[in-house]
Design a protein around this ligand. Structure first.
Ligand code: GLP
Length: 250
């Protein structure tokens, strides 16, 4: 697991977008793992800019999303399906049939089986991740053990509180979500985790504190990934008390 410290959040976003672009140019039908949340908005903006400039083609690219709220459908303004439409799908030439999404309004058992079958037959070439304030990745919340495959999860109180900023009020935040499992994340060929902001400092500090892979801090699974980068800006690196091991500016 490599630490990349950049000069700003925008530089971090540009760095991750560049890694995705590299993979897509090498393999035009790459399967890319997509995350949502404020941390990922810049990545999609930079990818869309490359498409608009004619330097990146998504015609054959396949996507799969890491997670989705359960109990709200794709038409809901806070569903991750809606987020993807707004920030990515409508901005590049992805074919809708190449974009795998969990149906948050679907039957949880059926959706779990469908998601597990998809992930069982398709390995991600590159995956982007954000991180929860409690160290969750996707919606794999801190727990006594890891869950390997896709599953429905009851959201942690911290997560409900943190995500309530996107809803009118905390009571509207769905209590359940579907997420790919820790085993799915570990199998991705490359992983880029992007984080920014003081709220993530504690999770990032704990991630680099030692060599443990601990289900109580789910992001530590990145230590088992064949090619993982944690991309953070200098401000967060300082807040997390990390020594800058690498400087990157694109
Ligand atoms: C959400 C999502 C995660 C995301 C994280 C961070 O709960 N399930 O996939 O990485 O929170 O979100 P943000 O980037 O908005 O801080």
């Amino acid at each position: 697991m490599k630490l990349i410290v950049t000069g700003s959040f925008d530089e971090s976003s540009r760095h991750v977008a560049a890694r995705f672009a590299e993979v897509i140019r090498e393999k035009p039908d790459a399967l890319i793992g997509c995350a949502t949340g404020s941390s990922t908005v810049g990545i999609y903006r930079h990818l869309a800019a490359q498409y608009e400039a004619g330097t990146l083609d998504f015609a054959k690219v396949r996507t799969v999303n890491v997670d989705e709220y359960m109990g709200i459908g794709p038409g809901h303004g806070q569903s991750f399906a809606h987020f993807m439409g707004e920030h990515f799908f409508t901005r590049v030439n992805l074919a809708p049939e190449n974009c795998y999404l969990v149906d948050g309004a679907g039957d949880p058992a059926g959706e779990t089986a469908r998601f597990r079958a998809f992930l069982g037959g398709n390995r991600m070439d590159i995956l982007m991740l954000g991180i929860g304030t409690n160290g969750h990745v996707g919606f794999n919340e801190p727990a006594p053990v890891f869950t390997a495959g896709a599953h429905v999860v009851a959201l942690a109180e911290d997560t409900i509180r943190a995500n309530s900023r996107f809803f009118q009020d905390e009571s509207e935040v769905p209590r359940h979500a579907m997420t790919m499992g820790i085993g799915d994340i570990a199998k991705a060929r490359r992983v880029c985790l992007i984080a920014s902001g003081a709220a993530k400092a504690d999770a990032v500090r704990r991630l680099f504190a030692d060599d443990s892979i601990d289900p109580r801090l789910p992001c530590t699974i990145l230590k088992a990934c064949p090619d993982a980068e944690v991309v953070i800006d200098r401000e967060l690196a300082q807040a997390a008390g990390l020594i800058q091991t690498q400087e990157e500016s694109n």
